[in-house]
Design a protein around this ligand. Structure first.
Ligand SMILES: [Zn+2]
Ligand SMILES: [Zn+2]
Length: 255
């Protein structure tokens, strides 16, 4: 089902400046967290009480009063969803599970990667808890209903084996897609990282077959860096855009 005027927040977290997205339905207060990688205290304080630094970008209210004026009395976190299992995206999932006790959704091809999250974080001097085990599988081209919020999942491997992009359909504005490290503004995810199954040909194919057919005004929320749109990237992205020659000479960005 399409959502009307969704409340979307971006929290840019951790040393790798990863985008954690929080989506809330104004009608029901149902809320989902995409890529709860780091800074869980900051995100939870804001979701619960509007306390602390808050989001880096938001389409919604910034105080309890403001929220009540928009007809929401309480936000209910109903699910945790991940685009992939690199630690910067999944490191604090155990803290969110502890707080909310809800299901965590991940593609099965990233289960192995997820078991390495603690170790790879540590190799960069970051301490995260023992990784959680995902409760539910994300499957290709399937629509998931998280409370009153529906997302369509696209399996978009290439940066990792189980990489996914999640589409939020909106009734009164452009749709939004949460792509993790599959696609960035002017770049793509790295395909040279160990233990992840990175492969540029696979990544390029994922983007061209799953993302380019979306509406050009679809807002892209990448795992790192600025937001963009499908139309702009399809036209100008030097790795996978229509004018790229397909023979990439550089690796993409970010973890
Ligand atoms: Zn990342
Ligand atoms: Zn990544």
């Amino acid at each position: 089902m399409e959502l009307k005027s969704p409340w979307i927040e971006s929290f840019i977290v951790g040393s790798l400046q990863m985008r954690c997205s929080v989506i809330t339905d104004f009608k029901t207060g149902d809320t989902i967290i995409i890529d709860g990688g780091e800074e869980s205290d900051r995100i939870i304080s804001w979701i619960e009480n509007f306390e602390g630094t808050g989001p880096d970008w938001s389409t919604g209210p910034k105080s309890l009063d403001d929220m009540e004026k928009r007809g929401v009395t309480k936000r209910n976190v109903v699910a945790l969803v991940n685009t992939h299992a690199h630690y910067d995206h999944s490191g604090h999932i155990p803290y969110f599970i502890e707080k909310y006790g809800v299901d965590w959704y991940l593609h099965k091809d990233d289960f192995f990667l997820q078991t390495l999250a603690k170790k790879s974080a540590l190799s960069r001097g970051i301490i995260v808890p023992e990784p959680a085990v995902a409760d539910k599988l994300l499957e290709d081209e399937k629509v998931y209903n998280f409370g009153s919020i529906s997302l369509k999942n696209f399996h978009t491997p290439g940066h990792t084996l189980g990489g996914c992009s999640l589409l939020l359909s909106v009734s009164d504005g452009p749709d939004h897609i949460f792509v993790g490290d599959t696609l960035f503004a002017g770049s793509v995810g790295r395909t040279d990282l160990p233990n992840t199954g990175g492969d540029f040909t696979v990544l390029s194919n994922s983007i061209k077959t799953k993302l380019w057919p979306l509406e050009p005004d679809t807002v892209v929320h990448p795992g790192h860096g600025p937001m963009t749109t499908i139309g702009v990237e399809k036209l100008t992205n030097p790795f996978v855009g229509d004018s790229s020659e397909g023979n990439h000479r550089f690796i993409g960005k970010y973890l």
